[in-house]
Design a protein around this ligand. Structure first.
Ligand SMILES: [Zn+2]
Length: 111
């Protein structure tokens, strides 16, 4: 029996207050990551069209890529408050924008 089957019942029960606040933190980290990607790409695109040389754009992109490691890791390393396993990855796949825990199915959209 896989852990997914064992935890099946947990997908139907509403999260506790503690779980809700942990889910809130996961959503906030994901919003930070999305904002970082969106703002960074727009800023680099603006820089690329403003400066006619690629030197600055390449440097900005390299710095932005390095900086992306932090918010990405914050999301990837988030643990599910219910099953305590990584929220965004299981044995076979990973998805930083998954709407439910990939291990126990606890949904992110409970408020
Ligand atoms: Zn879980």
């Amino acid at each position: 029996m896989s852990s997914r089957e064992m935890n099946h019942a947990s997908t139907t029960s509403a999260p506790t207050a503690e779980e809700r606040s942990a889910l809130h933190r996961i959503r906030r980290k994901r919003r930070v990551l999305l904002a970082y990607i969106a703002v960074g790409l727009m800023a680099i695109a603006a820089l690329a069209s403003w400066k006619r040389t690629n030197r600055y754009t390449v440097g900005a992109f390299a710095a932005w890529s390095l900086g992306a490691i932090v918010p990405t890791l914050a999301v990837v390393l988030s643990r599910c408050p219910r099953c305590r396993r990584p929220f965004h990855q299981n044995d076979t796949k990973g998805n930083v924008f998954a709407m439910a825990c990939l291990n126990c199915g606890l949904r992110l959209d409970w408020w």
